[in-house]
Unconditional design. Structure first.
Ligand code: MN
Length: 256
C-alpha cells in the first residue's frame, strides 16, 4: 500500500511522525509536510508563488518539506513521490481537536479533502486535547490506528468522502471505544480580542475559546467528550439537497 502523509502543524510536529511510524507498519510511507505550522489555513492553496520542496533526513522514512499548505503538500507529494498515484492519504495527527465547524478552518481536514478530490482514500486524524499544553497522548492514537487499520482503510465509502477522526487525548486504557457520528457544533466566544502594542496602537488577535459544545448525542463533540474516538464521514458535496427541492418549489411558484 502506497501512503502519503501530510499535516498542518509542520514537518517537525510529533503527531506527524507518530502517524508515519504506525502507517509504516502497513505500507510504503512518504511524508510531505509544510516547513512550518500552518494550522487553520483551511482548504487554501498556493497559486501566486512557487513551491520549494526540500528532502528531509529521516532514518527510515522518505520525507519532504514544502513552503506551502497541506493542499500544496498533497499535490506536490503526488507529483514528486507518487507520480502513478497512491492508495491512501493520511493527514495529522493534529495537535488539537477538529470537531464540528472546526473542520472548515482545519488544514488537517483540508489535507484529507485534497486526497479525496484526487480520488484517493483519505483520513484526517486529530488529537482531541482541549487545554493548552496538556499532554498529547499520541500513543493512544497510534494504538487505535493499529487496531482499526482495516476499518479505516477498507470500509466502503461513497465517492468524494473522507473520514474525520478525533482521538481523545487520554491514556489508552481509558479509551471507551469508537463511535461513527455526525459533525456537531462548537460555539466560540471572544473570537477577536483587541490588544495594544507597546506604542499603544491597537491590534487584534483572533482565536477565541469554546464556550459551549452543545451536548447533542450522536455528534463528534459528544463522542469525544465521553471518551470515544469519533469517526465522521465528510462529503465534498456541500449541497443541501433538502434546500434544493424547496428552492425549486419556490422558483416554480414565483416564476409562473
Ligand atoms: Mn494543526
Amino acid at each position: 500500500m502506497r501512503i502519503l502523509i501530510t499535516n498542518d502543524d509542520g514537518i517537525r510536529a510529533d503527531g506527524l511522525w507518530s502517524l508515519a511510524e504506525v502507517a509504516q507498519e502497513f505500507g510504503q510511507v512518504v511524508v510531505v509536510a509544510p516547513d512550518h505550522e500552518r494550522s487553520a489555513c483551511g482548504h487554501s492553496m498556493t497559486m501566486r508563488n512557487p513551491l520549494r520542496v526540500r528532502p528531509v533526513r529521516h532514518p527510515s522514512i522518505e520525507a519532504y518539506e514544502v513552503d506551502g499548505v497541506p493542499v500544496d503538500c498533497v499535490n506536490v507529494g503526488l507529483t514528486v513521490a507518487y507520480p502513478d498515484g497512491c492508495d491512501l492519504v493520511l493527514s495529522g495527527i493534529n495537535h488539537g481537536p477538529n470537531l464540528g465547524f472546526d473542520i472548515t478552518y482545519s488544514g488537517t481536514a483540508a489535507g484529507a479533502m485534497e486526497g479525496a478530490i484526487n480520488g484517493i482514500r483519505s483520513v484526517a486524524l486529530s488529537m482531541a486535547v482541549f487545554v493548552v499544553d496538556a499532554p498529547l497522548h499520541f500513543e493512544t492514537a497510534q494504538h487505535w490506528i493499529r487496531e482499526n487499520w482495516a476499518f479505516l482503510t477498507e470500509s466502503p465509502l461513497p465517492e468524494l468522502t473522507f473520514l474525520n477522526v478525533n482521538v481523545p487525548s487520554i491514556d489508552p486504557v481509558e479509551l471507551r471505544g469508537t463511535r461513527v457520528v455526525q459533525m456537531g457544533q462548537r460555539v466560540y466566544e471572544d473570537r477577536v480580542e483587541r490588544r495594544e502594542d507597546p506604542w499603544g496602537r491597537p491590534y487584534y488577535w483572533q482565536g477565541g475559546v469554546v464556550v459551549m459544545d452543545p451536548d447533542q448525542p450522536g455528534t463528534d463533540v459528544n463522542a469525544v467528550s465521553e471518551g470515544f474516538v469519533s469517526v465522521t464521514p465528510i462529503s465534498l458535496d456541500w449541497t443541501n439537497h433538502q434546500a434544493v427541492e424547496e428552492l425549486r418549489r419556490q422558483l416554480r411558484r414565483r416564476s409562473c
